[in-house]
Design a protein around this ligand. Structure first.
Ligand SMILES: NC(=O)C1=CN([C@@H]2O[C@H](COP(=O)(O)OP(=O)(O)OC[C@H]3O[C@@H](n4cnc5c(N)ncnc54)[C@H](O)[C@@H]3O)[C@@H](O)[C@H]2O)C=CC1
Ligand SMILES: O=C(O)C1=NCCCC1
Length: 318
């Protein structure tokens, strides 16, 4: 009998919530540092006819609550944003397997999951790297899907007084700011004209663009600022100027993946899971920190398990 489930984006979106997403991602990051996760470096297949890249992300997470065997297939197609009818630039599905029999249990729409889990990873990193610091101002560069999910996640988890948003196309930032203020019944989301003004004086920064050239410079930064750099342009460290990396404590989600994908960076990298597990010391108050997020397979495995369990529970009730 074939019990294969397909869980679509609409259903996934209804099942997602920030607190369980945070827990799943915190565990995925900690298990990675504790060698309770297996994830081979992901593959990249560049489509010669377009700017589309297909990534395969297989992984296994060993954990009672969020453990799973899975593989995310995800495409990144920046040109989708310029179509007459724009499409998401990141499109994903996750295959969830039974980890004993190897049988495919579910195919789960993964575009919304990718938005949520990436923002949750930045929130987890921010929690562990800003202990003891006052967090008043958040600056988000990029008003796309990740800019949006980071604004929602960070306003859920942290008491920021002001959340600034900049986008190279100002109209997009204005539209997002309007929607967020309406949604949260607040005026704390503000649109900024320039990336420099946006990050100046910020306590936490998120970069979420396809920029191939730096959009943040070292001398704009407040001492002790924490930066979550999640976007990729020509590579995963295009958004910050090189001297930021050279003078900061830099953390990644997955050291093995970073050896391949951040090979040109040339700085010492800590794994954020090591800080969560208490194996690495937290940074000092005035130290600038960077969480260089690559995105890792076991985050998607943990999320697939979370959504699968919630979906099955919901079906049993009906
Ligand atoms: N680290 C991770 O786990 C993940 C990283 N990403 C990356 O995050 C970034 C953002 O993804 P989405 O928000 O889904 O994309 P999106 O297409 O929804 O938004 C991207 C935003 O970046 C802006 N942008 C594009 N090119 C730019 C440039 N050259 N300079 C300045 N701004 C530019 C666009 O105006 C747009 O608002 C991408 O680089 C994507 O690959 C996405 C998913 C997971
Ligand atoms: O982890 C992911 O998912 C992605 N990372 C890099 C860009 C595409 C999606």
């Amino acid at each position: 009998m074939n019990n294969l489930l397909y869980i679509n984006e609409e259903t996934v979106t209804k099942l997602l919530n920030w607190d369980s997403t945070f827990k799943a991602i915190e565990i995925a990051l900690e298990c990675t540092a504790k060698n309770r996760a297996i994830q081979s470096p992901r593959t990249f297949t560049k489509c010669p006819k377009t700017d589309s890249i297909l990534l395969t992300m297989p992984g296994y997470l060993d954990n009672d609550a969020f453990g799973a065997l899975g593989c995310k297939l995800v495409t990144a197609t920046p040109n989708n944003a310029t179509l007459p009818q724009p499409l998401p630039t990141i499109n994903a599905h996750i295959m969830l397997f039974d980890d004993v029999t190897g049988v495919l249990k579910a195919v789960i729409a993964g575009t919304e999951i990718t938005k949520w889990r990436t923002a949750a990873a930045s929130a987890v990193a921010t929690k562990y790297l800003t202990r003891g610091k006052k967090l008043k101002v958040l600056a988000i560069l990029g008003a796309g899907n990740q800019g949006h999910s980071h604004a929602l996640a960070f306003s859920h988890f942290f008491p920021f007084e002001e959340i600034r948003i900049w986008n190279r196309n100002k109209y997009k930032a204005e539209t997002l700011v309007r929607a967020l203020n309406l949604f949260a019944n607040t005026g704390k989301f503000k649109c900024y004209e320039s990336n420099k003004e946006c990050v100046t004086g910020a306590d936490v920064i998120v970069t979420a663009t396809f920029a191939a050239q730096p959009i943040v410079e070292r001398d704009w930064l407040k001492p002790g600022v924490h930066i979550n750099a999640i976007g990729a342009g020509v590579n995963h460290y295009s958004e910050l100027s090189p001297d930021i990396y050279n003078t900061s404590d830099v953390y990644v989600d997955h050291a093995e993946g970073a050896k391949v994908e951040l090979a040109g960076l040339g700085v010492k990298l800590g794994e954020i899971g090591g800080v969560i597990a208490g194996d690495l010391p937290p940074p000092t108050l005035n130290q600038v920190t960077v969480f260089q997020s690559l995105g890792m397979a076991v985050e998607d495995c943990a999320m697939a398990r979370l959504i699968y369990d919630l979906y099955v529970k919901q079906c049993q009730k009906e």
